[in-house]
Design a binder for this molecule. Structure first.
Ligand SMILES: [Zn+2]
Length: 288
């Protein structure tokens, strides 16, 4: 796929009525979703709102990808679509304005009823046989839905292949710095898409490994220890010993939960000091 005039030539295009303003800056994040349904055309029409005769006035996306790999573009990439809701990634909030939203047709979690059947988010029942026929599923817990394990229908390879093509084209054309799930950016803690059956790592890998796109980070804890190795058992690097909230860092390497960083000095220069910090207390600086 290639991108021309913020569209993918050769795939179906119809413009959703549920879009924000034309944006000045290119998108920097790709947000991946599932539709919470099996019917791709119905989801596409819903997300197009009045443009497809649907009552929906509140949500949209840029592209919907059906289970057979068919892609429908419903917003040009230079318009804001409404898919992320209240959201945060690194230092950016309200990700609709900075992102491309891709919806994969998939029903999401189904609850086992203990008798061999499963119930989806709408209360519709499916037999195990029906789920297998529809492409299979995997069981996994999701505390956001409830206790126990849920059935997550798999994503067919044709659908994933189209998604990979699309994301590759987007990464090649726009200064994309992150590929994220809706679940990880949702600040209300409700969202579960695209879920454990989605090959998220395959998509994140499209940003490239030896990539210089890993953004600078910023310290989010009040005081963060800078250590000589990747673990709390390592001595602090003194000076400075601790880094203050808001200190910008360059990330040079990651190991497990730890990051090897070079903090910037207050005058904005990268300091000569390097050390390890716990990565839970730093966040990427996202400039859009
Ligand atoms: Zn979503």
């Amino acid at each position: 796929m290639r991108i021309e005039n913020h569209r993918i030539p050769g795939i179906w295009f119809g413009q959703s009525a549920n879009l924000g303003a034309r944006r000045q800056n290119p998108p920097v994040i790709i947000v991946l979703h599932y539709t919470t349904g099996w019917n791709g055309a119905a989801s596409r029409d819903w997300l197009m709102g009045a443009a497809a005769g649907a009552a929906n006035r509140g949500s949209s996306a840029h592209v919907v990808i059906d289970r057979d790999g068919t892609a429908w573009q419903i917003a040009p990439f230079n318009r804001t679509a409404w898919h992320a809701g209240p959201s945060r990634y690194g230092t950016l909030e309200g990700l609709n304005a900075f992102s491309v939203g891709i919806e994969f047709v998939n029903p999401g979690w189904l609850k086992p009823n203990g008798l061999g059947d499963f119930t989806d988010a709408y209360g519709k029942r499916f037999s195990e046989r029906a789920l297998k026929k529809a492409g299979g599923y995997q069981m996994a817990p999701q505390p956001r839905v409830g206790s126990g394990s849920f059935a997550w229908p798999l994503y067919p390879e044709a659908q994933i292949a189209t998604g990979v093509d699309l994301v590759q084209a987007l990464v090649g054309f726009y200064p994309i710095k992150a590929i994220v799930s809706h679940e990880e950016i949702d600040t209300r803690g409700w969202k579960t898409d695209p879920g454990p059956a989605f090959p998220m790592e395959r998509f994140r890998a499209l940003l490239g490994e030896a990539d210089d796109r890993e953004p600078a980070a910023v310290v989010t804890a009040g005081r963060l220890n800078l250590r000589g190795g990747p673990g709390a058992v390592f001595e602090k690097v003194v000076p400075p010993g601790t880094l203050l909230k808001g200190t910008r860092l360059k990330i040079m390497q990651r190991q497990g939960d730890w990051a090897f960083v070079a903090p910037e000095s207050p005058d904005g220069r990268e300091g000569a000091v390097t050390g390890w910090v716990h990565a839970a207390y730093i966040a990427p600086v996202m400039e859009a």
